[in-house]
Design a protein around this ligand. Structure first.
Ligand code: ADP
Ligand code: YYY
Ligand code: MG
Length: 214
């Protein structure tokens, strides 16, 4: 559903957008698969974590607070993250967005809905074991301050306690498309493609392959 979008708290609803939330534990492959989805399906990728890291680098007044929270594996207050997401949506000409790593707790979810009125089309959920996610994070090599074993453990705890309930919330509304994310990147993307391909195109693809095999 496309909801009304309040640009900055005073100006009113101008932009109609379609949003997919991309959720899953740290290291489940959200960023990797979002890059593939952008290439194939024309979405714009907004990673909440990337926006927060850019905010630290920009020297904003919230920078130190954000940096400390990320180092501790904690979730930054919604107000900060939602402002960054709103601005990114507004500044972009596209009307289709993948919002990666958000909402990460109930506060994120409820505040985003209240402020923007946006309901996600669906939630893409990358399901992966902690063991595999830990392995991936420890060799991610992006120089992130939170990819060390101590912070990783804290992030897993926050994920279990605060993020999974959000996924449960959307699951109860029938909005979750769950993907087995423990497989190799290409296989995961095959499953992702099936979610984004409209049913009519799937029929076309099947009949083409039938003709070729004929
Ligand atoms: N399916 C996969 N199999 C193995 N490694 C993967 C897979 N998907 C992503 N990775 C690697 O795991 C790390 C974490 O992936 P990333 O996309 O950053 O996850 P997230 O955004 O969910 O934390 C990266 O180094 C990435 O290259
Ligand atoms: N909605 C969000 C998303 C991320 N953050 C903070 C806290 C998270 O541990 C870090 C990193 O998030 P990011 O999505 O980049 O991390 P992963 O890709 O899942 O490994 O950013 C947040 O406070 N609120
Ligand atoms: Mg990521």
């Amino acid at each position: 559903m496309i909801g009304p979008f309040e640009a900055n708290g005073s100006a009113h609803t101008t932009k109609k957008v379609s949003v997919v939330f991309v959720l899953g534990g740290p290291g489940s492959g959200k960023g990797t698969q979002c890059a593939n989805i952008v290439e194939h399906f024309g979405y714009t990728h907004l990673s909440a974590g990337d926006l927060l890291r850019a905010e630290i680098k920009s020297g904003s007044e919230n920078g130190t607070m954000i940096q400390n929270m990320i180092k501790e594996g904690k979730i930054v207050p919604s107000e900060v993250t939602i402002k960054l997401l709103q601005r990114a949506i507004e500044e972009n000409g596209n009307d289709k967005f993948l919002i990666d790593g958000f909402p990460r707790n109930e506060e994120n979810r409820a505040a985003f809905e209240a402020v923007t009125g946006i309901e996600p089309e669906f939630v893409l959920f990358f399901d992966c074991s902690e063991e595999e996610m830990e392995r991936r994070l420890l060799c991610r090599n992006q120089g992130r301050e939170d990819d060390n074993i101590e912070t990783i453990r804290k992030r897993f705890k926050v994920y279990m306690e605060s993020s999974l309930p959000v996924i449960e919330y959307y699951n109860a509304k029938g909005k979750v498309k769950k993907i087995d994310a423990a497989r190799p990147v290409g296989e995961v993307f095959e499953a992702v493609k099936a979610v984004f391909t409209p049913p009519s195109d799937k029929v076309k693809a099947a009949s083409w392959s039938f003709k070729w095999n004929d």
